[in-house]
Design a protein. Structure first.
Length: 69
C-alpha cells in the first residue's frame, strides 16, 4: 500500500518551485510508480506533511487568520 492514493481530478492553481535534480528524479520515479502526475504527488505529500506536523497545527490555532490564506 502506498502513502499516496491515486489521483482525483480537481481545479488547480499554478505555482513555481525549484528543486534539486536528484529530488526531481525521485519525484518522477514516484509519479510513474503511482501512475499520477507531479502536481498530484506534490500536493499529496504536502497534505501529509501538514497533517503530521503537530507544531504547524498548534501554530495554526494561535494564528487564526493564517488559515484563510
Amino acid at each position: 500500500m502506498s502513502y499516496i492514493p491515486k489521483q482525483e481530478k480537481r481545479t488547480r492553481e499554478r505555482i513555481e518551485a525549484k528543486l534539486d535534480q536528484e529530488l526531481i528524479q525521485r519525484l518522477e520515479r514516484y509519479c510513474r510508480f503511482l501512475d499520477s502526475d507531479r502536481d498530484y504527488v506534490i500536493a499529496q505529500a504536502l497534505e501529509i506533511a501538514f497533517q503530521k506536523d503537530k507544531s504547524f497545527a498548534e501554530w495554526l490555532k494561535s494564528h487564526p487568520g493564517a488559515q484563510a490564506l
